[in-house]
Design a protein around this ligand. Structure first.
Ligand code: SOE
Length: 374
């Protein structure tokens, strides 16, 4: 008996388009899902480039007009993997067309856009998801299980950093991620959003924040030009946080942490123990159990590759590690499973909206140089 299909239309074909395409290609090979993914249409503005992407990434066809993708009655899900300034328009139109909306993070360039998107999917009653993929790393999912089971006790601290260095060179050009009108913000929305999501996922809702945004290099060469242009987004964003459950935290995102390529790391300290996750050692979780006997106390290293661990059993035998791309495969597997059982995927556009509330509060805190309550 053939499985029902879930037909995807992907809007965007660069880095996230490639990562999502890999997930759609692989997911049915590693997870026994109730639906079969059909990679129908990939969409982008450059006809030649998006057709090449269709052939390279495994799509049936390519399209240059995203509205035509939304109008296709065979398409069930619209995956929005474009620069942030187009997320809202596409999401609202997709919801109104009755399509499920799966959107890259951050969902909007502003809180108002995120609100509009969340309202639209709720009004249309369509499934919705946001690609906060790091929740789906086996070690992060294990940390979540341990915290939820009370193994860390009362949570006191979360300290999270997401550090990159790809624009530390002043000669790096003024690309779209460095322009507010396209990207909405810089490191703040792009990578602080990820550790904010992990904060919400692992510790709880934010209560108040106090932060600062900073731009180190304020002018950069305009691509294919001799001119320079103004950088209109942050290069780095840092904030202090109080959570509603009494925990406190520090969050730091930078694109100027020279030597750090994609260093997403957090440590959570509770009354009974602590955990540490580091994306550069993605298959490991450091765990400290305060109940260990005195002579044996210390951080132990859990290899999160056992079949008993979240997601790990879908791939390889114990000790055979997985990678960054598998976090997207796991996210798609969970989303398909949820939709097939009539539930909404997690994380959802509501998570995206709540994330945007924190992003916005930090920006207001920076502007007012004060603590801001959510
Ligand atoms: C660039 O900072 C980027 O591609 C982010 O946009 C992704 O969300 C992150 O997973 C990797 O780095």
């Amino acid at each position: 008996m053939p499985k029902p299909t879930l037909t995807i239309g992907l809007i965007g074909y660069q880095f996230m388009g490639k990562a999502h395409s890999n997930a759609y290609r692989q997911v049915n090979h590693f997870f026994d899902l109730p639906m079969q993914i059909r990679m129908k249409t990939i969409c982008g503005r450059n006809a030649g480039a998006v057709q090449a992407a269709a052939e390279n990434l495994g799509w049936e066809q390519s399209e240059t007009d995203w509205r035509k993708v939304l109008a296709d009655p065979e398409i069930d899900v619209i995956d929005i993997s474009t620069p942030g300034n187009s997320h809202c328009e596409i999401a609202v139109a997709a919801a109104e067309a009755g399509k499920a909306v799966w959107c890259e993070k951050p969902i909007g360039n502003t809180l108002a856009e995120a609100q509009t998107m969340f309202d639209a999917v709720q009004k249309a009653g369509v499934p919705h998801a946001v690609f906060h993929n790091y929740r789906k790393a086996p070690a992060v999912a294990l940390a979540k299980k341990m915290i939820a089971a009370g193994e860390l006790g009362e949570i006191h601290h979360m300290r999270a950093t997401y550090l990159q260095d790809w624009i530390a060179d002043p000669a790096f050009p003024l690309v779209w991620r460095l322009q507010k009108e396209t990207a909405g913000s810089g490191a703040h929305g792009d990578i602080n959003s990820h550790i904010i999501d992990l904060g919400r996922f692992l510790v709880g809702e934010f209560d108040e924040v106090c932060g600062t945004l900073h731009t180190f290099i304020k002018e950069r060469p305009i691509p294919d030009s001799d001119a320079v242009g103004t950088v209109t987004v942050d290069d780095a964003a840092m904030f202090l946080a109080r959570f509603k459950n009494g925990a406190i935290g520090t969050f730091e995102a930078s694109r100027f942490a020279v030597g750090r390529r994609n260093y997403n790391r957090f440590e959570i300290n509770g009354s009974k123990g602590s955990v540490v996750f580091n994306l550069e050692r993605m298959n490991e979780l450091e765990y400290y159990n305060a109940a260990d006997p005195a002579e044996a106390q210390g951080f132990r290293l859990i290899q999160v590759t056992e079949s008993v661990h979240p997601y790990a059993g879908h791939y390889w035998p114990s000790g055979h590690i997985i990678g960054y791309e598998h976090t997207f495969v796991n996210l798609v597997a969970d989303a398909v499973t949820a939709m097939a059982s009539g539930k909404n995927p997690s994380p959802s556009l509501e998570d995206g909206f709540q994330n945007q509330r924190v992003l916005d509060a930090v920006e207001r805190s920076h502007a007012s140089r004060s603590w801001i309550s959510l």
